[in-house]
Ligand binder design. Structure first.
Ligand code: AHR
Length: 335
């Protein structure tokens, strides 16, 4: 009798755990978002696995997607924040598959390690759209489309504008703040920048280290660069604006003038970077557009309507050099 009671209590606990897992979408902020199964009330259900909130750029991307899909009568958005961890993204995708969402949108934190979970999505016939960062997979059919920028081109443009600014005949000692290790945005921006410098050997990267796309780490790494090589640094190239802003603080605390003593080049185009440029503290901003919500919404609609969507949906972007360009652009910046 006692044994039977014990077994039925364990069974009850087990069943409750299963129903909680199946019914809720894990949100790594510690909260859970209620799940409601695929294609409810004619809405297209999209599960979006976001990397985290490491930068102003990423916050703007999340806002754009929540505003476009979350506020639309055509979509139901299931959002999951992975707090920078691939394992959390894999867990979120597994949950989206269990909930039978119509489409999975994935902003992958790193390039590798996706095969197994994407095969599960494909087996479940759920198309996967990559957002803003790319992945490396042998079987390209594991995702349907990539929406985002050309990171190699961004790195090349950063190098090109830097050479114009300083003068090809002069040259510079450059320190590089890389993004998250293993991220396509870091790998490609590094490659593109190196490509852009290759015909100008006077431009040398003397130090290069990851600042993980955050302000805090960008500052920390720049402090270390300054400590070991302060007098020798002419330029800091940061793979995103947040790290550049951290570096600007480090340069000021070290007693030098960012934008003058040490030139600053970065990628993204968030308002804070434009404000720094207006104050003359940064020199070159290569834009990378995070407002991908409308493109994602259109791609998902097209896909569900049976239309073929482009393999790479690119975004339009500019480069801003100097104070005047920043002053002119700042009032209309949307992120
Ligand atoms: O993948 C895009 C990059 O990721 C942005 O440049 C950066 O700010 C973000 O964290």
């Amino acid at each position: 009798m006692f044994k039977l009671k014990k077994v039925s209590i364990s069974l009850l606990v087990f069943l409750m755990a299963i129903s909680i897992l199946a019914g809720c979408n894990s949100n790594t902020n510690g909260k859970t978002e209620k799940a409601s199964g695929g294609n409810k009330g004619g809405k297209i259900v999209v599960g979006f696995s976001q990397i985290g909130a490491e930068s102003g750029w990423r916050t703007a991307e999340t806002k754009s997607i929540k505003e476009t899909l979350g506020n639309s009568p055509d979509f139901e958005l299931k959002f999951s924040d992975a707090q920078q961890k691939q394992e959390n993204q894999i867990k979120a995708i597994r949950n989206f598959i269990a909930q039978k969402v119509d489409v999975i949108a994935l902003a992958p934190v790193v390039e590798t390690g996706w095969e197994s979970i994407l095969k599960k999505a494909r087996d479940a016939k759920i198309p996967v759209i990559l957002l803003d960062r790319g992945i490396k997979v042998k079987d390209e059919s594991l995702y349907t489309s990539f929406i985002g920028s050309d990171f190699i081109l961004e790195g090349e443009n950063a190098a090109k504008e830097l050479i114009n600014l300083i003068g090809a005949d002069k040259g510079a000692n450059i320190v590089e703040l890389q993004g998250t290790v293993g991220a396509s945005a870091a790998n490609d921006r590094k490659t593109g920048f190196a490509n852009g410098l290759k015909d100008n050997p006077n431009f040398k990267i003397i130090k290069s280290q990851s600042g993980d796309f955050t302000r805090v780490k960008g500052k920390e790494v720049m402090e270390a660069f300054l400590k070991s090589d302060g007098k020798n640094i002419d330029v800091v190239y940061a793979h995103n604006d947040d790290m550049a802003i951290g570096a600007i603080q480090a340069i000021e605390e070290y007693g030098l003038k960012p934008g003058e003593d040490i030139k600053v080049v970065s990628i993204d185009g968030v308002k804070d970077a434009f404000e720094a440029a207006v104050q003359g503290k940064t020199n070159i901003i290569v834009e990378c557009n995070p407002l991908l919500g409308p493109q994602l919404a259109q791609a998902v609609k097209d896909l569900k309507a049976g239309k073929e969507i482009p393999r790479w949906i690119k975004t339009e972007e500019s480069v801003f050099v100097g104070k005047e360009a920043a002053e002119e652009a700042l009032p209309s910046r949307k992120y």
